[in-house]
Design a protein around this ligand. Structure first.
Ligand SMILES: *Cc1c(COP(=O)(O)O)cnc(C)c1O
Length: 342
């Protein structure tokens, strides 16, 4: 059966680079949302904890509960809180005043601040009201964070948003002190921002996802980094046959043999989360060999009869071919594919 390899040395290498940039292992929150960007949540959480990271961020409560034993804190980025009793390490990102109102009393939260992306978060002018509500509801304000919209683009927007966040920080710190709240952790940088800035400044940590897995969308005109992709996708052979000259293989018969040739079918298809290819533009495998014909739901064809084939160990060329970003190529991979740490 098809499988995914997780390269532990590459993962730790990327973490070394990111922790050096952030200022130590305590300054990096591992973003493990969406099944750890397709790598497998529990596998990557265990490796991150073994490395010495103390914090993680995930998408929903289910993801948070499955790794809550491994970290001091697990931040839920998207899900709505419930009144159910959750592990004490779990806290919630709160993206609006309405979300604050809906929270159960005493919940642990990180307040999301809109510093210019205008996707989520409290506006600067609503800070006083939000802090008053947090105080009144006895919510445990563990952190305040923002997100950058253009950290990987060659313009000054990142620095404009950083300045906005700094201003909001001062405001929040003053109000928290007046209310006698415990100290608050501030965080803003995602991978691209962390790689781009000279230091995380007065932030307490950075939230990194994609760079831990070995990728960046920062253009090389800004800078390049020695990141190593962690995941590789392998398919195994299902069957082989001789395709006679003039015979055509697969749906639509898109590929036609120019001469008699040995061809094999492999056990990955678009049902496994790989982008479907229509057969008109062949897709190169890791060794450069080209797909033949159209991809099926559970299989595709290649020349030769190798027992297994590495479909990719670097998602960047595929991202380019399918007009998307590395994030999407890896995140879509089906959770049921077996993960093997190498
Ligand atoms: C996904 C996400 C991140 C991580 O972004 P990367 O670009 O993968 O480093 C950080 N913060 C928030 C709020 C996110 O949703």
């Amino acid at each position: 059966m098809a499988f995914i390899t997780i390269n532990k040395a590459h993962f730790f290498h990327n973490l070394d680079l990111l922790c050096a940039k952030a200022g130590g292992k305590t300054k990096l929150m591992a973003v493990l949302k969406d099944n750890a960007y397709g790598h497998d949540l529990r596998t990557m959480a265990e490796l991150a904890a073994e490395y010495g990271l103390l914090r993680a961020a995930v998408k929903n409560i289910e993801e948070a509960e499955s790794i809550a034993d491994l970290f001091e804190e697990v931040l839920v980025l998207v899900d709505h809180p419930t009144c159910k009793t959750l592990s004490p390490s779990i806290s919630f990102a709160t993206h609006s005043y309405e979300a604050l109102q809906a929270l159960p009393e005493g919940a642990s939260i990180h307040l999301s601040l809109d510093s210019g992306m205008h996707r989520n978060g409290i506006k600067e002018e609503d800070i006083e009201a939000a802090m008053a509500l947090i105080h009144a509801k006895k919510l445990r304000l563990k952190g305040v964070f923002t997100h950058f919209r253009s950290a990987d683009e060659l313009n000054s927007e990142l620095f404009w948003q950083r300045a906005n966040f700094e201003r909001a920080k001062l405001k929040i710190k003053a109000i928290a002190q007046a209310y006698g709240m415990p100290s608050i952790a501030f965080h803003s940088c995602n991978s691209a921002a962390l790689l781009r800035v000279s230091s995380i400044g007065s932030d307490d940590y950075a939230r990194s996802g994609i760079a831990m897995y070995g990728y960046t969308t920062l253009p090389s005109s800004i800078a390049s980094f020695d990141l190593k992709p962690v995941l590789a996708l392998w398919a195994e052979k299902l069957s082989s046959r001789i395709l006679k000259q003039g015979e055509r293989v697969g749906y639509g018969g898109v590929y036609e043999a120019k001469e008699d040739e040995l061809i094999s079918t492999y056990d990955i298809g678009y049902g496994d989360g790989f982008f479907r290819f229509d057969g008109f533009t062949p897709v190169p495998m890791a060794d450069g060999s080209l797909t033949k014909g159209r991809m099926s739901m559970d299989s595709f064809c290649l020349g030769g009869d190798a027992k297994k084939v590495c479909m990719f160990e670097d998602a960047n060329p595929l991202a380019k071919q399918f007009n998307t970003i590395s994030y999407e190529i890896i995140t879509k991979l089906y959770p049921a594919l077996k993960r093997v740490i190498i």
